[in-house]
Design a protein around this ligand. Structure first.
Ligand SMILES: Nc1nc2c(ncn2[C@@H]2O[C@H](COP(=O)(O)OP(=O)(O)OP(=O)(O)O)[C@@H](O)[C@H]2O)c(=O)[nH]1
Ligand SMILES: [Mg+2]
Length: 629
């Protein structure tokens, strides 16, 4: 008897709905979005089939062919051909095809058929095919291909029932016939030009036999594209969208942030009232509430930012933006495919850097990875917002179209992007020299984002942020509180106790290095644990200033304390530092893993730290000259 459950692999072109199917089968919540290259690694899950069999299902990156070109496609090829270490060939393959675009998808079906493994064709997106008037005769198609063909709608309840039933039948047949020898790797060799012509002829023959498309194809998306992909109008719309995003991050988030602030202040009041003054009360109020609380307060901004990114991803606009900016990116030697990894890096550089797996050329890929940390990630948002709120007056500019804080934020993001372009330009002109390759990318269909998917995505993000606040940041804040509280002040001390604490000593020791860029010892203390997660820096400042002063409302007190104790040049210098600062262990770790090299993360750390120091130095000096120390 077989002990391990049979495994099926989901294989198909990019963006055809494999992950949506995977989620529907297993109840998982892997990322689904409307552009090619969302999934870049292998993911597995379990489900119980209608006949009661436990089945393991493997979700894979999309590919047009087993002739893999990029690192993500290689994963798919290796799983399908059994070239993965410690993993045998899956018992069956479900080839997922976008029913609205069958011609392109069938090539892969024919390639997979050559493997001689149990194969099912799932015609996904049948709802959209129906809407467009594309009629597919599944029985005819099945006869022509010689494999089972089942229609599916991955995003509808009950939309994959027939596929599940078919999986049962296929597994049953395989089991009664005995699984083919799964130890051996599957034989597969690159199709020659001759084979490709054969495939092409065969696809045309099958399409003619089984598919009837309307004489006048879908025009709406072409009309939208003439505007959105227009070199001038399209770019203006893209800029307007990004501008709206930054503005919204400030304005929409304000009220919920004030509510969280009020809530935290209330909790602090309760703690103050119910506990005697002493270490425990200080730990709770200065360490946990002032520390963790000053990070949690930024949740609304993070949610608004992710809402925009999610809408861009789900609507199908992301890939268009990539096309729009292809020329600009090409100007500095970046590949058009770099756009999506870079845009994802606004959320977090880690998934952004992984998304660079879709780039075929290694030099292009390295260039993209090296500049991903210059895209302002969401963890920097709290740092920026805190300083801006404390130092930038709320004033309308551009005739009331935008507030001064929003404009400063926009400038910081723009500074990151511009320096990324410069760094890429230099890299591509020097160590990462290479020919420019054209951008070949399928434009996804426009879709109205499904509220459920958007809500789930936001929920996952919010959960991740709060989990981090409740675990990593919480633990760090407790440690920081200890370091900042002990040992206490010596008798007859003139300064607050924190000056004499371990944290104070560490801060004072680093201070001389950072003095030229205007950083004080408190900032020095904040930068070190900020490496674990950038937003921790804000938490540390919250705790340190809570321990050295007293305040009532958390946010206003931290902001107020900063405004009172920092000079404007110091604040601006810290902002400039954070545009570049590569101090994020997770990012450096993922660079090491993705490029399988110690050299590149080291180069990244050294170069970006150098740039951060330089930018902060120049900013500080100029600001001192303009505004005075
Ligand atoms: N209308 C409709 N949309 C679908 C269906 N299945 C998936 N989608 C949408 O198609 C888009 C792509 O879905 P994914 O599951 O991310 O596609 P994928 O094949 O995993 O893509 P990659 O990981 O990039 O290869 C998303 O916007 C889904 O919501 C379907 O049956 N009908
Ligand atoms: Mg996917």
């Amino acid at each position: 008897m077989k002990t391990s459950p049979p495994r099926i692999a989901l294989v198909g072109n990019p963006n055809c709905g494999k992950t949506a199917l995977f989620n529907a089968m297993t109840g998982a919540r892997q990322k689904v979005a409307n552009y090619a290259g969302v999934t870049v690694e292998r993911k597995e899950g379990l489900f119980i089939s209608p006949a009661g069999t436990r089945v393991k299902v493997i979700d894979l990156p999309g590919t047009y062919s087993l002739r893999a070109r990029s690192p993500d496609e290689e994963v798919t090829r290796d799983v399908v051909l059994g070239r993965m270490e410690d993993e045998e060939v899956p018992e069956a393959i479900v080839c997922v095809a976008d029913a609205t675009n069958l011609r392109l998808n069938l090539r892969l079906v024919l390639e997979l058929k050559k493997l001689g493994r149990p194969l099912i064709l799932a015609l996904n997106m049948m709802d959209e095919a129906d809407k467009q008037g594309v009629a597919i005769d599944a029985a005819e198609l099945s006869a022509a291909l010689g494999i089972p063909v089942v229609p599916a709608v991955a995003i509808q309840t009950g939309g994959i029932q027939r596929l599940l039933d078919q999986i049962d039948r296929t597994i049953q047949i395989a089991e009664t016939e005995g699984f083919a020898p799964v130890h051996a790797q599957c034989g597969w060799s690159e199709p020659s030009a001759h084979d490709l012509r054969d495939y092409h002829r065969e696809v045309e023959r099958i399409i003619a036999q089984a598919v009837s498309s309307p004489a006048r194809p879908h025009r709406a998306s072409h009309r939208i594209d003439t505007v959105l992909l227009h070199p001038a109008a399209g770019l203006a719309i893209l800029l307007a969208l990004l501008f709206l995003m930054f503005q919204a991050v400030f304005t929409w988030a304000r009220l919920p942030m004030e509510l969280i602030d009020a809530g935290l202040t209330m909790v602090k009041g309760l703690v103050d009232a119910s506990l005697e003054e002493g270490p425990l009360r200080s730990l709770l109020t200065d360490g946990v509430i002032a520390g963790v609380g000053s990070v949690v307060i930024f949740l609304p901004q993070i949610v608004v930012l992710f809402l925009f990114i999610q809408l861009l991803e789900d609507s199908g606009y992301m890939a268009r933006a990539a096309f729009l900016l292809d020329r600009l990116m090409g100007g500095v030697g970046l590949h058009g495919r770099a756009f999506i990894p870079l845009l994802s890096s606004f959320a977090c550089a880690v998934p952004g850097i992984m998304a660079a797996r879709t780039i075929e050329n290694r030099a292009d890929r390295i260039a993209t990875i090296m500049i991903a940390p210059l895209m302002t990630c969401s963890a920097r948002l709290p740092v920026y917002t805190l300083i801006i709120a404390a130092f930038v007056p709320q004033r309308d500019v551009l005739g009331g179209w935008i507030g001064l804080p929003g404009l400063v934020m926009f400038t910081l993001y723009a500074a990151g992007i511009l320096s990324a372009l410069v760094v890429a330009f230099v890299l591509k002109r020097t160590v990462l020299h290479g020919a420019r390759e054209p951008l070949l990318m399928q434009l996804p269909a426009y879709r109205i984002p499904r509220p459920r998917n958007v809500a789930l995505g936001l929920f996952e993000r919010a959960k991740a942020f709060l989990t981090r606040a409740g675990t990593t940041i919480f633990a760090l804040m407790v440690v920081i509180w200890f370091l900042a509280s002990f040992p206490g002040a010596p008798p007859g001390a003139t300064e607050p106790a924190i000056h004499y604490s371990i944290a104070g000593m560490i801060g004072h020791a680093i201070e001389p290095v950072l003095a030229p860029i205007g950083f004080n010892w408190q900032i020095a203390v904040a930068l070190v644990p900020g490496m674990a997660a950038r937003e921790v820096a804000v938490g540390v400042l919250g705790t340190i200033y809570a321990l050295s002063g007293s305040g009532d409302s958390l946010r206003s007190s931290l902001g107020g304390l900063l405004a009172a104790s920092w000079s404007l040049p110091t604040a601006l210098s810290l902002l400039a530092w954070y545009v570049f600062a590569p101090q994020c262990i997770a990012t450096l770790g993922v660079v090491r893993r993705e490029l399988n090299s110690l050299l590149w993360p080291t180069v990244m750390f050294v170069v970006l730290t150098g740039l951060a120091y330089l930018a902060a130095f120049v900013t500080y000096r100029v600001a001192v000259a303009v505004f005075g120390g």
